[in-house]
Design a protein around this ligand. Structure first.
Ligand code: IDP
Ligand code: MG
Length: 149
Protein backbone atom coordinates (compact mmCIF):
# COMPACT_ATOMS: atom_id res chain seq x y z
CA UNK A 1 0.00 0.00 0.00
CA UNK A 2 1.22 3.52 -0.81
CA UNK A 3 2.78 5.49 2.05
CA UNK A 4 3.38 9.18 2.59
CA UNK A 5 5.17 11.40 5.07
CA UNK A 6 3.17 14.06 6.91
CA UNK A 7 4.27 16.55 9.56
CA UNK A 8 2.35 18.86 11.84
CA UNK A 9 4.63 21.90 11.87
CA UNK A 10 5.50 23.89 15.03
CA UNK A 11 2.59 26.31 14.49
CA UNK A 12 0.14 23.41 14.34
CA UNK A 13 1.54 21.87 17.52
CA UNK A 14 1.52 25.18 19.42
CA UNK A 15 -1.99 25.99 18.24
CA UNK A 16 -3.33 22.64 19.43
CA UNK A 17 -4.11 21.32 15.95
CA UNK A 18 -2.38 17.92 16.09
CA UNK A 19 -5.63 16.10 16.79
CA UNK A 20 -7.48 18.05 14.09
CA UNK A 21 -4.91 17.14 11.43
CA UNK A 22 -4.79 13.49 12.51
CA UNK A 23 -8.58 13.38 12.61
CA UNK A 24 -8.99 14.64 9.04
CA UNK A 25 -6.62 12.00 7.69
CA UNK A 26 -8.20 9.27 9.82
CA UNK A 27 -11.69 10.19 8.67
CA UNK A 28 -10.64 9.99 5.02
CA UNK A 29 -9.78 6.40 5.81
CA UNK A 30 -6.00 6.54 5.76
CA UNK A 31 -4.00 4.34 8.14
CA UNK A 32 -1.55 5.88 10.60
CA UNK A 33 1.46 3.54 10.63
CA UNK A 34 4.10 5.68 12.36
CA UNK A 35 4.08 8.75 14.60
CA UNK A 36 6.59 10.60 16.76
CA UNK A 37 7.04 13.98 18.33
CA UNK A 38 10.44 15.58 17.96
CA UNK A 39 12.35 18.83 18.03
CA UNK A 40 14.17 19.25 14.72
CA UNK A 41 17.80 20.23 14.75
CA UNK A 42 18.98 22.72 12.14
CA UNK A 43 20.75 19.86 10.37
CA UNK A 44 17.52 17.82 10.13
CA UNK A 45 15.56 20.84 8.93
CA UNK A 46 18.15 21.53 6.23
CA UNK A 47 17.97 17.91 5.09
CA UNK A 48 14.18 18.01 5.08
CA UNK A 49 14.01 21.20 3.00
CA UNK A 50 17.14 20.61 0.88
CA UNK A 51 15.15 21.25 -2.33
CA UNK A 52 14.49 24.84 -1.19
CA UNK A 53 18.10 25.76 -0.32
CA UNK A 54 18.98 29.13 -1.85
CA UNK A 55 15.41 30.40 -2.12
CA UNK A 56 14.45 33.70 -0.50
CA UNK A 57 12.27 32.05 2.14
CA UNK A 58 14.69 29.20 2.96
CA UNK A 59 16.34 30.65 6.10
CA UNK A 60 13.01 31.74 7.55
CA UNK A 61 11.57 28.34 6.77
CA UNK A 62 14.38 26.49 8.55
CA UNK A 63 14.11 28.85 11.57
CA UNK A 64 10.37 28.29 11.69
CA UNK A 65 10.44 24.50 11.43
CA UNK A 66 12.98 24.40 14.31
CA UNK A 67 11.06 26.89 16.47
CA UNK A 68 9.19 24.21 18.43
CA UNK A 69 8.35 20.52 18.43
CA UNK A 70 6.75 18.87 15.40
CA UNK A 71 4.76 15.68 14.95
CA UNK A 72 6.12 13.42 12.20
CA UNK A 73 3.86 10.74 10.77
CA UNK A 74 3.63 8.06 8.12
CA UNK A 75 0.21 7.42 6.59
CA UNK A 76 -0.82 4.62 4.32
CA UNK A 77 -3.66 4.19 1.84
CA UNK A 78 -4.68 4.00 -1.79
CA UNK A 79 -3.47 7.20 -3.48
CA UNK A 80 -2.45 8.61 -0.09
CA UNK A 81 0.31 10.92 -1.42
CA UNK A 82 -2.03 12.91 -3.67
CA UNK A 83 -4.92 12.45 -1.26
CA UNK A 84 -3.07 14.09 1.63
CA UNK A 85 -1.94 16.95 -0.62
CA UNK A 86 -5.60 17.45 -1.53
CA UNK A 87 -6.69 17.47 2.11
CA UNK A 88 -3.84 19.92 2.95
CA UNK A 89 -4.72 22.42 0.22
CA UNK A 90 -2.43 24.82 -1.65
CA UNK A 91 0.83 26.01 -0.04
CA UNK A 92 -0.62 29.52 0.46
CA UNK A 93 -3.65 29.25 2.75
CA UNK A 94 -5.12 32.31 1.02
CA UNK A 95 -5.24 30.31 -2.23
CA UNK A 96 -6.21 26.96 -0.70
CA UNK A 97 -9.66 25.58 -1.45
CA UNK A 98 -12.23 25.96 1.31
CA UNK A 99 -12.50 22.84 3.39
CA UNK A 100 -8.79 22.03 3.21
CA UNK A 101 -6.60 22.03 6.31
CA UNK A 102 -4.65 25.10 5.24
CA UNK A 103 -7.72 27.10 4.20
CA UNK A 104 -9.64 26.21 7.34
CA UNK A 105 -6.82 26.52 9.87
CA UNK A 106 -4.17 28.91 8.54
CA UNK A 107 -3.68 32.40 7.11
CA UNK A 108 -0.11 32.72 5.82
CA UNK A 109 2.23 30.56 3.74
CA UNK A 110 5.01 30.58 6.36
CA UNK A 111 2.57 29.29 9.02
CA UNK A 112 0.60 26.70 7.08
CA UNK A 113 0.33 24.04 9.81
CA UNK A 114 1.14 20.92 7.84
CA UNK A 115 3.70 19.34 5.53
CA UNK A 116 3.02 16.45 3.17
CA UNK A 117 5.35 14.70 0.72
CA UNK A 118 4.60 15.67 -2.88
CA UNK A 119 5.69 12.54 -4.82
CA UNK A 120 6.58 8.88 -4.29
CA UNK A 121 10.30 9.77 -4.33
CA UNK A 122 9.82 12.55 -1.74
CA UNK A 123 7.68 10.27 0.40
CA UNK A 124 10.37 7.57 0.44
CA UNK A 125 13.14 10.08 1.14
CA UNK A 126 11.25 11.85 3.94
CA UNK A 127 10.04 8.64 5.62
CA UNK A 128 13.66 7.43 5.71
CA UNK A 129 14.78 10.76 7.17
CA UNK A 130 12.47 10.43 10.19
CA UNK A 131 11.74 6.74 10.73
CA UNK A 132 13.63 3.48 10.94
CA UNK A 133 11.76 0.63 9.22
CA UNK A 134 11.03 -1.06 12.57
CA UNK A 135 9.25 2.09 13.78
CA UNK A 136 6.49 1.57 11.21
CA UNK A 137 3.74 -0.93 11.90
CA UNK A 138 1.78 -3.06 9.48
CA UNK A 139 -1.90 -3.67 10.17
CA UNK A 140 -5.39 -3.43 8.73
CA UNK A 141 -7.88 -0.93 10.07
CA UNK A 142 -11.20 -2.45 11.06
CA UNK A 143 -13.83 -1.89 8.39
CA UNK A 144 -11.50 -1.44 5.43
CA UNK A 145 -13.88 -3.59 3.40
CA UNK A 146 -16.28 -0.63 3.70
CA UNK A 147 -13.63 1.78 2.47
CA UNK A 148 -12.13 -0.13 -0.46
CA UNK A 149 -14.20 -1.84 -3.18
P1 IDP B 1 4.35 22.66 0.17
O1 IDP B 1 4.54 22.67 1.68
O2 IDP B 1 2.94 22.99 -0.20
O3 IDP B 1 4.88 21.41 -0.48
P2 IDP B 1 6.74 23.97 -0.84
O4 IDP B 1 6.80 24.76 -2.10
O5 IDP B 1 7.40 22.64 -0.81
O6 IDP B 1 5.21 23.87 -0.40
O7 IDP B 1 7.38 24.90 0.29
C1 IDP B 1 7.69 24.36 1.56
C2 IDP B 1 7.21 25.30 2.63
O8 IDP B 1 7.95 26.51 2.54
C3 IDP B 1 5.75 25.72 2.49
O9 IDP B 1 4.84 24.83 3.08
C4 IDP B 1 5.74 27.06 3.17
O10 IDP B 1 5.62 26.91 4.60
C5 IDP B 1 7.12 27.60 2.86
N1 IDP B 1 7.10 28.50 1.70
C6 IDP B 1 7.04 28.14 0.38
N2 IDP B 1 7.05 29.20 -0.43
C7 IDP B 1 7.10 30.28 0.39
C8 IDP B 1 7.14 31.69 0.15
O11 IDP B 1 7.11 32.17 -0.97
N3 IDP B 1 7.17 32.48 1.28
C9 IDP B 1 7.20 31.97 2.55
N4 IDP B 1 7.18 30.66 2.81
C10 IDP B 1 7.13 29.82 1.75
MG1 MG C 1 6.83 20.70 -0.59
Amino acid sequence: MEQTFVMVKPDGVQRGLVGEVVSRLEKRGYRLVGIKMLQLTREMAEAHYAEHRGKSFYNGLVDFICAGPVVAMVWEGKGVIAGVRQLMGATDPAQAAAGTIRADLAVEMGRNVVHGADSPASARREIALYFRPEELVSYRRAGEEWLYE
